[in-house]
Unconditional design. Structure first.
Length: 551
């Protein structure tokens, strides 16, 4: 067995604190009057002391007014805002599990997350109330357990029967509220955060993350010197419901006394303007944003020279695009590096002293890795194999889904990632393929099986299969459906458009069939009935005229 270890210095002593104490109560880097958050829309600033005070006020309200006990689950369904972190940390201070939901979810998708998470209280952005009410009704959550937050425009509209989030703001109780103290065992086993990640089998799975997972990865990141180990002004374009935004963007920045400039949604001119006006030093992004920065002419109108580096994650970034971004920002005298990392709760990061473009970097400190073949045997040096990783930062497992957990986490503690990598002699890992079938659209995971399930409910479709096709123009995969039409509709000239519209009405925006619909006589399958996606990928590679995006 070949086990690779990290060249970064190991963590000397692991924290046994809960998330709130780790970030605030016992954080030596915390300076109360420094700015923790900036609203990119309004410019409003929140200091660390204000963030702590507000978080404890909501922790008190959740405990006393919503009558939630430690271990209860709240669900946060909202775009980014400066209120969002206060609610996250309120949940941690009160000993609750916070389940973060994708703000583009449909009612059926949100209903599934409510069911699996067991959420008792929903905290919902004003713009998403209709979705939340429908999902809550389906799962038997009473409307008076839905608290309405400000919408993207900052306004709060509370329909009859629902409550305003302000009812949870117990400023009096917050002054004396003491964060729930966890035992060492509880930091390892109690679920602190429960974001959802789509799998190859269809519906989303709850990723159970403990306090120890969070504090461990923060300690590990601090050993990657020059990257995330000091106070930075970080552009917050990543959604905080996503693990990348939750951990690296928010927790890591605050741990080191930095400032997060939060945007409710990505807008390239506003992004560039915010970097310029707030002198941002770091931007955490995904490949499509990198593409815009590399090619859009508006970038030249702004001074982005304050950026030390940009880090891409959640999906592969090509070496050519990395270099294009670095060169584009270097034309005006800037020295910005375009980097990329990898992680299922972070596992690979670049070493600034030995950086190799096109790779995801080196193994994070205090982690182990293996590269194995389809039989679970270690591959030879230089050969491609599925990446298995092991460390304190690895998730507990999939919430209430032992089967999925057992299929993903080996009995010896190895997380079987599904990503196929090559490791260089210098220790750099490059992602070359995926054993799992997930489509990655702009950093979001799209399970083909889920879209196939939706398509098969369409009266126009007799059979189908979904794959991801690469769009060079958008630097991302696009979901494409291969469809055997029902005989009665086979000659419909608008059949493809109707199928696309049907799916669009049923799923979140990132799951739409932007790669198009291709009509086919038969779906290639194995004798056991399994879809042969590799055959469809071969067809797509020969005829990619439909790979252009359908917006």
């Amino acid at each position: 067995m070949t086990i690779y270890t990290s060249h970064f210095p190991p963590v000397q002593q692991w924290s046994n604190l809960g998330v709130f104490d780790f970030l605030f109560t016992k954080n030596p880097n915390l300076k109360p009057n420094n700015v923790a958050l900036i609203d990119a829309n309004t410019g409003e600033k929140t200091t660390y002391q204000q963030l702590i005070t507000t978080s404890l006020s909501y922790a008190s309200g959740l405990s006393t007014r919503a009558n939630l006990k430690p271990g209860s689950v709240i669900l946060l369904f909202s775009p980014n805002s400066t209120l969002y972190p206060s609610l996250l940390f309120a949940g941690q201070a009160a000993g609750l599990t916070v389940s973060t939901a994708n703000s583009s979810y449909t009612p059926s998708e949100l209903s599934h997350q409510i069911e699996v998470s067991g959420a008792e209280v929903l905290l919902v952005g004003s713009d998403l109330v209709d979705v939340a009410r429908e999902a809550a009704k389906e799962r038997g959550v009473k409307e008076d357990r839905i608290y309405v937050l400000p919408g993207v425009d900052g306004k709060v509209v509370v329909p009859a029967g629902l409550r305003s989030y302000t009812e949870l703001n117990d400023s009096v109780g917050g002054k004396s509220f003491k964060p729930v103290q966890l035992t060492e065992e509880e930091t390892l086993t109690r679920v602190a955060y429960l974001p959802f990640s789509s799998g190859t089998t269809g519906k989303g799975k709850g990723v159970a993350i403990s306090a120890a997972n969070i504090t461990a990865v923060s300690q590990q990141l601090n050993e990657v010197k020059g990257l995330f180990d000091g106070p930075e002004v970080v552009m917050g374009v990543l959604p905080l419901y996503h693990i990348y935004g939750l951990i690296v963007l928010l927790h890591q920045t605050l741990l080191n006394g930095g400032t997060v400039v939060l945007m409710p949604k990505f807008d390239l001119p506003q992004f560039c303007s915010s970097v310029q006006s707030h002198k941002a030093t770091v931007a955490l992004i995904v490949p499509p944003i990198a593409l815009g920065i590399a090619k859009h002419p508006i970038v030249d109108e702004y001074d982005l020279s304050s950026l030390r580096f940009m880090m891409s994650g959640a999906a592969p970034l090509s070496e050519s695009l990395q270099k294009a971004v670095t060169e584009r920002l270097g034309r005006k005298g800037g020295k910005t590096l375009m980097l990329q990392g990898w992680g299922m709760t972070v596992g690979l990061l670049p070493d600034l002293h030995d950086y190799a473009p096109g790779t995801c970097g080196k193994l994070l400190t205090s982690m182990e890795a293996r590269l194995v073949d389809a039989d679970g045997k270690d591959v030879k040096e230089g050969e491609a194999g599925e990446l298995w990783v092991r460390g304190r930062n690895i998730m507990i497992g999939y919430h209430k889904n032992k089967k999925a957990t057992d299929e993903t986490i080996h009995k010896e503690g190895w997380l079987m990632t599904g990503d196929v990598c090559v490791r260089s002699k210098a220790g750099h890992f490059t992602i070359v393929d995926r054993t799992k079938e997930l489509i990655k659209y702009k950093g979001f995971q799209v399970p083909p099986a889920e879209l196939e399930g939706v398509l098969l409910t369409c009266p126009l479709v007799a059979d189908c299969a979904v794959i991801g096709v690469w769009s060079e123009a958008q630097a991302t995969e696009l979901p494409r459906a291969y469809v055997v039409p029902e005989a009665a509709h086979a000659k419909d000239q608008k059949l493809e458009e109707k199928i696309i519209a049907f799916v669009q009405s049923k799923v979140a925006p990132h799951k739409r069939l932007r790669g198009g619909v291709v009509l086919i006589e038969v779906i290639p399958k194995s004798p056991s009935g399994k879809i042969l996606r590799k055959d469809l990928r071969a067809v797509a590679a020969k005829n990619d005229d439909k790979a252009s995006a359908r917006l």
